[in-house]
Design a protein around this ligand. Structure first.
Ligand SMILES: Cc1ncc(C[n+]2csc(CCOP(=O)(O)OP(=O)(O)O)c2C)c(N)n1
Ligand SMILES: [Mg+2]
Length: 577
């Protein structure tokens, strides 16, 4: 039988694992895989496609962006300990956003003598020898494994994909020693990944759902709070049905997905405090932080009633990866929330008590409509009041952007301190048209949007990022990828000359502090910001800059239309922090 290199078997397996793209940043340990792909290409096989990412953070966030749209894990391949360290903070988002992803890193050769193929040969092979490479990111992966021999490499690979794809999804980490990849062996049977599928997600325990239905029917003032239900597009419609059946307001403390049509009269935005405090029943659906401690005028601050019953339907109700969670729940239900909501609906619809509730339900509907319309009217007025204000105000920006974007335009939200306003103004009506960062690692927007755009193919995409987050994202690496691989997108950089989020937090923690009294805030502003437009142009992308509120619409329109076919950056000058 013909001998092959183990790396050949590795790359041949990737296709069957659903890998369309390999996001790579190479080193001496990844050479066998690069060589194997070259061999594949020579044989006319063009998949998986390879994207060279000149920074590992870009590779991880691109793979995240792709998987969040497609639902399938992709492969990121990086260089030993150093590549893993660079990948690290982007991996925080993958874990927090519950996105399936497989990260592979090489391992420096452990065989010192040169007799074995792949063994140590250059200076860095000693420098990159660390006691336990997995320690770098153990807290950020669901599963990790050091491949010790060729025999089990493919089983480990299949398992890495299986674990990453099982709910709650997340990253797997596989460490690949070079000697193993370069080993020659007879082409044995490649284990079929179809024999290692992820288990189907839990559907919701019927007894618990019946109990939940009973509690919902008894409630006079129920509310629904969600954040990432829309991770499966089909979940939006059961939520609409449930909200309509009983006229229950739907709130989003942090929109991470398109969960509910935001133009629906039951939709009440982020006004958590206003709705939660009177509620006697709170239905939490796929949400990590439903409200915040009450403080100042924050609309997310709330103290639920002591006697409020709380139901929680979530793919991850335990939040095991958040050591201290603390929200009390009476009826926790682990389930794919879309499926569980459909089952809940079936139970509710059969209930005889619904008929006697008709009047109350229609009164609630009318009340919610009025609240929704008043709120929308107020938002529109607030935007219009700012139409001539320079520097441009975010309300005006997002009001205009909302007019320009189409119903199926995909929004990637990395707008940090402006994310609440963005959420208020940008209508999200269709499933799978909104992706917001749930994690907290800055630098996500550009690379995540690039990955999403690859997955979306011809669908238009607008990404909005803070200037700080943009700089964190390794913009030269990201924009180089955008240009080199001709990935279309419209990226809006919110230039407020610094870290508004940190400044706001400082003020809120030290309302009477030195920073406030002296007006000198340390470590938050970019006094002399770079030209973001010039950075785009230096990378071969089209760049725009807008300062005048009256030019905003025209420039955004032009940028958006170009951004459908090429990478475009628009820098919008907002008020300095
Ligand atoms: C990697 C990383 N470093 C630091 C922080 C802390 N941090 C949170 S928000 C923020 C500022 C982000 O600035 P920008 O993107 O300009 O958004 P703005 O606050 O101005 O809206 C920082 C530094 C973080 N979340 N992630
Ligand atoms: Mg900023």
């Amino acid at each position: 039988m013909k001998e092959v290199e183990v790396a050949d078997l590795f790359v041949e397996t990737l296709r069957s694992l659903g890998v369309d793209y390999l996001f790579i940043n190479p080193g001496t340990d990844t050479l066998p895989i690069q060589e194997a792909i070259s061999k594949l290409r020579a044989n006319g096989v063009e998949e998986p496609r390879v994207i060279l990412c000149p920074h590992e953070g870009v590779a991880v966030s691109m793979a995240e962006g792709y998987a969040m749209v497609k639902g399938r894990p992709q492969l990121v391949l990086v260089h030993v300990d150093v590549g893993t360290l660079n990948a690290g903070s982007a991996l925080h988002n993958v874990l927090r956003d519950r996105i399936p992803l497989v990260l592979c890193a090489g391992v420096t050769p452990s065989i010192l003598e040169g007799r074995v193929r792949g063994s140590r040969e250059i200076h860095v092979h000693w420098m990159q020898d660390v006691p336990d490479q997995s320690l770098i990111l153990r807290d950020y992966v669901k599963w990790f494994y050091l491949v010790r021999n060729a025999e089990h490499l493919l089983y480990a690979l299949a398992r890495a994909f299986q674990v990453a794809s099982s709910v709650p999804e997340g990253p797997s980490y596989l460490m690949l020693p070079r000697e193993v990849l370069m080993e020659r062996r007879e082409r044995g049977e490649i284990p079929s990944p179809s024999r290692y599928p992820p288990p189907s997600p839990p559907q919701g325990d019927l007894r618990a759902l019946k109990e939940a239905a009973g509690a919902i029917l008894e409630a006079m003032e129920p509310v629904i709070i969600t954040s990432y239900l829309g991770r499966r597009g089909s979940s939006m419609s059961p939520l609409v049905e449930l909200s309509e059946l009983l006229s229950i307001p739907v709130l989003e403390p942090k929109r991470c997905r398109a969960n509910f049509p935001t133009t629906h009269s039951n939709y009440q935005g982020r006004r958590i405090g206003e709705f939660v405090e009177g509620a006697d029943l709170i239905l939490l659906v796929d949400v990590d932080v439903p409200w915040l401690p009450k403080r100042g005028g924050n609309p997310l601050g709330a103290e639920p009633r002591e006697d409020a019953r709380i139901i929680h339907i979530d793919i991850d109700p335990l939040k095991e990866r958040i050591p201290l969670w603390g929200f009390r729940v009476d009826i926790p239900i682990i389930a794919d929330a879309g499926i569980a909501l459909s089952k809940l609906m079936a139970i509710l619809k059969e209930s005889p008590s619904i008929n006697s509730m008709r009047e109350m339900i229609s009164n609630r509907a009318a009340e919610l409509r009025e609240k929704h319309e008043l709120w929308r009217k107020r938002l529109a007025e607030e935007a219009k009041m700012r139409r001539n204000i320079k520097p441009i105000e975010p309300q005006w920006l997002f009001h205009i952007l909302n007019k320009i974007k189409e119903e199926d335009t995909v929004i990637i939200d990395d707008s940090v301190s402006n994310s609440g306003i963005l959420q208020d103004y940008l209508y999200t009506t269709r499933p799978e048209t909104f992706y917001g960062l749930n994690g907290s690692n800055m630098g996500w927007g550009l690379p995540a949007a690039l990955g999403a755009s690859l997955a979306l193919q011809d669908k238009p995409l607008i990404a909005i990022t803070g200037d700080g987050s943009f700089i964190f994202s390794n913009p030269v690496a990201g924009l180089w990828v955008a240009r080199s691989y001709r990935i279309p997108l419209t990226l809006i950089v919110l230039n407020n000359r610094g870290y508004a989020a940190v400044k706001q937090a400082l003020l809120s923690s030290y309302p009477e502090g030195w920073s406030k009294a002296t007006g000198r805030f340390i470590g938050v502003d970019f006094e002399v910001p770079p030209s973001y437009k010039a950075i785009a142009e230096a990378c071969g992308c089209k760049g725009y800059s807008v300062e005048e509120p009256e030019n905003l619409e025209e420039i955004l329109k032009e940028a958006y239309s170009r951004g459908k076919v090429e990478p475009v950056l628009v820098e919008v000058e907002l008020k300095s922090i």
